[in-house]
Design a protein around this ligand. Structure first.
Ligand SMILES: [Zn+2]
Length: 476
C-alpha cells in the first residue's frame, strides 16, 4: 500500500482516492516570463514520478498543470498584495516582444524541457489568461458570502474569516503576528489578507474587465479556478515545490474551501528545493542553471533525471557537477546492463531459472510504497545489476533469467522514466586502442596485445575475448 507524506497532516498517510481507481491531481505550473530552471524541473519530475507510480499500482490518473501567463507575480514575490510590477510587460520590453509572444515562447520552452526530461505531459495545461471568467465567479461568490471585501476596485480575501487559515503551513494568524512583516496595501484590513483582484495601473499591459475595476487577478485565485474547473471541487492530490506552501497553497485552501464549503485537496505533496553548491539558485549569484547549461557541459536530460531520482523528494538536493558526473556513470551502468541482457536473451537458449527477479520487484515496490523512496528503489536496482552481472560472469544466467530481468526492468522503468541510449558509451580513443589490439592479435604480437589490454583496463573498461571477437564494456 502506498503511503505519502501529507504536508497538511504533517505525517505519512496511506493513500486512498476519492473515487475508486481514479486520481485527480493538480500541479502548480510555470510562470512564463522566464526560463524554467533545473530546480523547477526537479519539482515537475517528482510530480511525474508520483503520477507514474500511481499508474504503476493501477490508478487512472488525471493530471492538470497550469500555465501562469498573467504576468504580475513570481514565485519569489511575497504575493500577499501585489508588487504592482507587470513582469510580462517588463520581459516584453526587454526582449522587444508583445506580452503574448513572451508567454508563448516560455511556455513552449517549458514544454520542450519537460519532453526532454521524459515527464509525461499533463492531460491539460490551462492558461490563466483563458480562465478570467472562472476566477471572477469565485471572487463574486466569496464577496457574497462575506469572506472577501472590495475597496477602490481591489478585492481582498479576509483571512480572519477562515478559522483554519494556517493549517497547511503552520502560519496561523497567531504565529504570523510574531513573524515577518509584510508590505501593507493601503486598502487591506488585515496585513495577511491577500489580493483576489487588483485594479490595474494605466501602464499595465495585461488587464481585464470585472465588476470591480479593469484589473487582473491575484496569483492564488488562478490555481483555485483552474483546478476546480478541470478536476471538480475536491482533488485527491495537489503538488508543488516547498516554496509554494506559503502563501500560495495556504491561500488556495482558504479561498477554495470558503467558496465550495468542502475540503479542497486530500493530499498536499511538496518537493523540497534544489540547491546549487549548497546555496539557493539565483540569477544574481550566477548559479542559475537551465537544461541548456547541463547539455553544454556534455550531460543529458537523463543524467539529470537519474540525479533527481537519487535523492528523496522530501530532501533538499544539492546540485554539483560531481554529483551529475556520478549520476551519468550510474545511468551508463544501467544502460550497459540492459544492453548486455538483450544480447543474452538472443544468444543463450537455456531455460533454467536461477535468478529470483520477483524478490527485487517486491523490494522495489516496498521502497516506492514508502513515500516514494526513489533513492532506495535505485539502490535495489543497482543490487539487482550486481547480482545479475556476477551470474553473467559465471555464465550462470540463462536466457529465461535475462528475459525475466528485462521484463522487471521495463516495469521499474515505467516509474523511473529513464530513456536509455541503447548503446554502450565507448570513447573514440578507447575504440582506437581496441582496433589496434585486434590488429596486434591478428599479427600474433601477443606482447603488444597484452599491453594494450592493460592500457584499456586502466581507462576503466573491461575487454573480453569471445568467439565473436573482442567485447568491451565499462567496468562496474
Ligand atoms: Zn498554484
Amino acid at each position: 500500500m502506498l503511503s505519502l507524506y501529507n504536508t497538511l497532516s504533517k505525517q505519512k498517510e496511506i493513500f486512498n482516492s476519492l473515487n475508486p481507481g481514479k486520481v485527480g491531481m493538480y500541479t502548480c505550473g510555470p510562470t512564463v516570463y522566464g526560463y524554467v530552471h533545473i530546480g523547477n524541473l526537479r519539482s515537475y519530475s517528482n510530480s511525474d514520478i508520483l503520477r507514474r507510480y500511481l499508474e504503476y499500482i493501477g490508478y487512472e490518473v488525471r493530471m492538470i498543470k497550469n500555465i501562469t501567463d498573467v504576468g504580475h507575480l513570481s514565485d519569489d514575490d511575497v504575493a500577499q498584495g501585489d508588487s504592482g510590477e507587470d513582469k510580462m510587460l517588463k520581459a516584453a520590453n526587454r526582449e522587444k516582444k508583445t506580452p503574448e509572444e513572451i508567454a508563448r515562447f516560455y511556455e513552449e520552452y517549458f514544454k520542450q524541457a519537460e519532453k526532454e526530461m521524459n515527464i509525461i505531459p499533463a492531460h491539460f495545461f490551462p492558461r490563466a489568461t483563458a480562465h478570467i471568467p472562472q476566477m471572477i465567479k469565485i471572487i463574486k461568490g466569496l464577496l457574497e458570502k462575506g469572506f472577501a471585501y472590495e475597496k477602490n476596485g481591489n478585492v481582498f480575501f479576509d483571512v480572519t474569516k477562515f478559522e483554519e487559515y494556517g493549517k497547511l503551513s503552520g502560519n496561523t494568524l497567531e504565529n504570523l503576528k510574531i513573524g515577518a512583516r509584510i508590505e501593507e496595501h493601503p486598502d487591506k484590513i488585515n496585513a495577511w489578507d491577500f489580493a483576489l483582484w487588483i485594479k490595474a495601473p494605466k501602464e499595465h499591459a495585461m488587464k481585464w474587465e470585472s465588476p470591480w475595476s479593469v484589473g487582473y487577478p491575484g496569483w492564488h485565485i488562478e490555481c483555485s479556478a483552474m483546478s476546480t474547473e478541470y478536476l471538480g471541487n475536491r482533488l485527491d492530490i495537489h503538488t508543488g515545490a516547498e516554496d509554494n506552501i506559503f502563501p500560495h497553497h495556504e491561500a488556495e485552501i482558504a479561498q477554495t474551501e470558503c467558496h465550495t464549503g468542502q475540503k479542497f485537496a486530500n493530499y498536499w505533496i511538496h518537493s523540497r528545493l534544489l540547491m546549487v553548491d549548497g546555496a539557493k539558485m539565483a540569477k544574481s549569484k550566477g548559479n542559475f542553471y537551465k537544461l541548456e547549461d547541463i547539455k553544454e557541459k556534455g550531460f543529458s536530460a537523463m543524467d539529470l533525471r537519474i540525479l533527481y531520482l537519487s535523492s528523496h523528494y522530501q530532501s533538499r538536493l544539492n546540485f554539483t557537477w560531481e554529483a551529475l558526473q556520478q549520476a551519468h556513470k550510474n545511468l551508463q551502468r544501467i544502460n550497459d546492463f540492459v544492453l548486455n541482457l538483450e544480447v543474452l536473451t538472443t544468444r543463450n537458449t537455456e531455460s533454467t531459472q536461477t535468478f529470483n527477479a520477483s524478490a527485487y520487484k517486491e523490494k522495489f515496490e516496498a521502497a516506492m510504497d514508502d513515500n516514494l523512496n526513489t533513492p532506495l528503489a535505485l539502490a535495489v536496482t543497482y543490487e539487482l545489476i550486481t547480482e545479475a552481472n556476477k551470474k553473467i560472469d559465471e555464465e550462470k544466467l540463462s536466457s529465461t533469467d535475462a528475459k525475466n530481468i528485462l521484463t522487471l526492468w521495463k516495469k521499474i522503468n515505467s516509474v523511473f522514466g529513464l530513456i536509455l541510449s541503447g548503446q554502450a558509451e565507448i570513447p573514440e580513443e578507447i575504440k582506437k586502442l581496441v582496433a589496434e589490439r585486434e590488429a596486434a592479435r591478428n599479427g600474433k604480437d601477443f606482447k603488444k596485445s597484452d599491453d594494450l589490454r592493460k592500457l584499456i583496463e586502466e581507462h576503466g573498461f573491461i575487454l573480453e575475448d569471445t568467439k565473436d571477437g573482442q567485447k568491451i564494456r565499462l567496468a562496474s
